[in-house]
Design a protein around this ligand. Structure first.
Ligand code: ZN
Length: 276
């Protein structure tokens, strides 16, 4: 099955949009670790969380985001891994959190997982939260509700930690955010500069043709390589733009499987194939 917006791969759009986004730089949402992605959260949800987790006196310093948004590519990677695990293929150990990225749920608008980047607007709309310093859910829940940050998962298992700012029916009321500039933009869809993205990808391609990527390379082209490999099922760890041992192994495996020269170097040919 094809992802509906596959013309330009969705994760590439994100890669460039988030790098260019001023709001991302401003964001300092408290998270439990570096792999918790909050860059794909809807901006209005992000603003609500920022107000709640950073500025609300009762909550600040006592709550962190434990689980953020997974890109479509990541979700697909986990799902493919989970399928292979079922089939008993070797090399897939821990893919328990997998949900089919194409599965529709929650009234039909949402797809894959609550924690996945959604095709309808390119954003993620859920976080899991962990409390600290003796803060209790019974204190947190009513305060979060004031900010339009609500619990949404009650079955099959009640998830006290899972929060959203909207569901399939619409956006939750946020009395504490009334008058905030961020709220006015809440229903607008993510605007993606497709021409800009295509141009940026072309520019990276030229850069790669001139100076091929290899072990030790560290830049946004490497990040694209890592995202592409992951989307194609080649495990290379968190896409951090740093070409280490795992990336090297994945590139060579990809080259071997695709009849390319197995040199562990991404130049013009391997790049072109990866971007297909
Ligand atoms: Zn959750």
């Amino acid at each position: 099955m094809q992802h509906p917006r596959q013309t330009i791969p969705i994760f590439l759009i994100f890669l460039f949009r988030t790098e260019n986004s001023a709001t991302l730089i401003r964001m300092t949402l408290p998270v439990t670790g570096k792999n918790v992605r909050v860059d794909l959260l809807h901006p209005t949800f992000k603003a609500r969380l920022e107000a709640l987790l950073n500025n609300e006196p009762e909550i600040a310093e006592r709550a962190r985001i434990l689980s953020g948004v997974r890109s479509f590519a990541d979700q697909k990677y986990f799902w493919d891994g989970y399928q292979n695990k079922i089939k008993g293929k070797a090399g897939y150990g821990h893919f328990n959190l997998a949900a089919n990225p194409h599965r529709k749920f929650g009234g039909g608008l949402f797809q894959g997982s609550w924690h996945m980047q959604q095709p309808f607007d390119n954003y993620g709309h859920a976080v899991d939260i962990r409390l600290y310093g003796g803060l209790k859910w019974k204190t947190f829940v009513p305060i979060a509700k004031e900010y339009g940050v609500l619990q949404t998962v009650f079955s099959p298992q009640y998830e006290a930690w899972h929060y959203q700012w909207r569901n399939s029916k619409g956006i939750f009321q946020a009395p504490a955010m009334v008058g905030e500039k961020s709220e006015a933009k809440s229903v607008k869809k993510a605007k993606v500069d497709l021409k800009g993205v295509a141009a940026a990808i072309a520019q990276l391609g030229e850069q790669v043709a001139r100076r091929p990527l290899r072990k030790g390379s560290r830049n946004s082209a490497v990040k694209v390589v890592q995202e592409r490999l992951a989307a194609k099922g080649y495990k290379c760890g968190f896409p951090d733009g740093v070409w280490g041992r795992k990336t090297d192994k994945a590139v060579r495996a990809y080259q071997r499987a695709n009849g390319l020269v197995i040199d562990g170097v991404v130049g013009k040919n391997t790049w072109a194939r990866l971007l297909k």
